[in-house]
Ligand binder design. Structure first.
Ligand SMILES: O=P(O)(O)OC[C@H]1O[C@](O)(CO)[C@@H](O)[C@@H]1O
Length: 471
């Protein structure tokens, strides 16, 4: 265990270490054996600072300094609008969704206005399914809705298409005041969204140029949505700053949380664990698994390393939820191919409790539940799953949060962002770009990009109309 100073976030890696049950685990020497690579990684990462690649860390104080203006705007619009809708995709959507689910009432939108401090309902449109898009429009009054168009590049076809539809819709229902219903969050210097926002007078927030979408939750991408929905963004940043300080100031794999977490991931990968399962035993962290999946997949899934050598690296993220996926995926984790490392996320305590009534008339194998609480049952099941995986010789680790608080979520976000940055160094790849999807994003050729478009034209030429390919 690596107890943090605030003892609010602990990394328990017992399940990764060799033991009488876990003969395939690591020895401490394995972790210490990575120390020089980790120190080199730390040096390389700080050398990246001038290129902006570390801005997700270095700009945290600047994000804190911007809070008064951001929160003043958030309070102003929260009082004016009943609905707040994010238009965005990838990091522009997953961070806001993850933090909202972790820190607000699970049924926030279903609460009565005064139960959510009269803050607006929160929606995220992160896809271009025409039915889902139109059906949200059918349940919201556009005159009472604020749309936050979030795009770092300002050139993502999906988000820009959503923007064009919403702007047209708002012009129809709100006339000249349509601009008051749109706030834009985009890069400070480039992309199509910036000139549109300037020309049409939309309120604008800036994503610093050095911070990529999947690392942008602690910029206005995530902070504005959180503030509008009543989340304590000051505490969110305080936790991030505490974790960031710890990671930048402490040396050694057993003291530096990012070094430890990335070492465990790297050693697992070296031992053939090409799949990384992220399994919170907290419903409020279910979408955090989606956010982490993008961070891990898009940062590490790279064809070339930094020498230009073709390496095809990466570790496939799998999202799971405990206890739920004990009834769908754990069979595979325990007895299927030994190609996975599982990271559990648990709380020391939930913010509420639920007792289970006693019924002495029940059969013994159900009666034992009476008088317990749901959280006792959940904790027991999580430990039992850990034990079963240990007996099966499967690698697992655990991040323990004292509770779901803004401070702890800030710590968790920074830990996972730094883990990813370190893993990129250990892989010797650029963890901060995404060439594999870049072309598809900016062209109208869809995710396959121009190459896919040309291949499709060639296939049609060779095989006739596209439909023959499916027959
Ligand atoms: O914020 P943008 O530039 O619209 O990009 C949205 C998403 O698309 C990607 O650039 C590529 O999938 C992600 O990295 C990013 O989070």
């Amino acid at each position: 265990m690596i107890p943090m100073e605030t003892s609010k976030l602990i990394i328990d890696y017992t399940g990764m270490m060799v033991s009488e049950q876990n003969s395939k685990g690591f020895a401490k020497e394995d972790l210490l054996g990575l120390q020089s690579k980790l120190d080199e990684a730390q040096t390389n990462l700080h050398a990246l600072r001038d290129s902006g690649k570390l801005d997700f860390s270095l700009l945290l104080p600047e994000m804190l300094a911007q809070l008064p203006e951001l929160c003043a705007y958030a309070d102003e619009v929260a009082a004016k609008f009943e609905n707040f809708v994010v238009l965005g995709i990838g990091g522009s959507a997953l961070g806001p969704l993850a933090v909202q689910q972790a820190l607000n009432h699970y049924y926030y939108n279903e609460l009565l206005p005064d139960q959510r401090s009269n803050r607006p309902r929160f929606y995220v449109l992160d896809n271009i399914d025409p039915v889902r898009f139109k059906e949200l429009g059918q349940v919201l009054d556009p005159r009472k809705t604020l749309y936050n168009v979030i795009s770092k590049s300002g050139n993502t076809s999906e988000t820009m298409a959503q923007f064009l539809i919403v702007r047209d819709y708002l012009r129809h229902f709100c006339g000249e005041s349509y601009a008051d219903h749109i706030v834009v969050t985009t890069d400070q210097q480039k992309g199509n969204l910036l000139p549109i926002a300037l020309k049409e007078g939309f309120k604008r927030f800036v994503i610093p140029s050095g911070i990529g979408g999947r690392f942008s939750e602690l910029t206005p991408v995530g902070l504005l949505a959180a503030a509008i929905c009543g989340i304590d963004v000051e505490q969110l940043l305080a936790g991030a700053l505490e974790m960031d300080r710890r990671i930048r100031e402490t040396k050694g794999v057993f003291a530096n949380p990012a070094q430890l977490k990335s070492a465990l991931s790297y050693l697992s990968w070296q031992k053939g664990k090409k799949i990384s399962v992220f399994m919170p035993y907290v419903d409020g962290l279910k979408t955090m698994a989606d956010w982490y999946a993008q961070l891990w997949a898009e940062s590490l899934g790279k064809r070339y390393d930094r020498t230009g050598k073709a390496v095809s690296l990466g570790q496939t993220p799998v999202k799971a939820l405990g206890v739920t996926d004990q009834h769908s995926q754990v069979q595979l984790y325990a007895e299927g191919p030994d190609d996975k490392v599982i990271t559990f996320l648990t709380l020391e305590e939930f913010k509420d409790t639920q007792g289970i009534p006693v019924d002495s008339a029940l059969p013994e194998d159900i009666q034992f539940l009476g008088g317990k609480t749901l959280e006792e049952l959940l904790f027991a099941e999580q430990k039992a799953t850990e034990y079963a995986l240990t007996l099966a010789g499967r690698q697992h680790q655990k991040i323990i949060l004292s509770a779901l608080t803004p401070f702890n979520i800030g710590q968790l976000l920074l830990l996972l962002e730094w883990e990813t940055a370190y893993m990129g160094e250990l892989f010797n790849i650029n963890a901060f770009d995404q060439p594999g999807v870049e072309e598809g994003k900016n062209g109208t050729y869809g995710l396959m990009g121009r190459a896919g478009y040309e291949a499709k034209k060639q296939a049609i030429k060779e095989f006739g109309q596209e439909r023959h390919l499916l027959e």
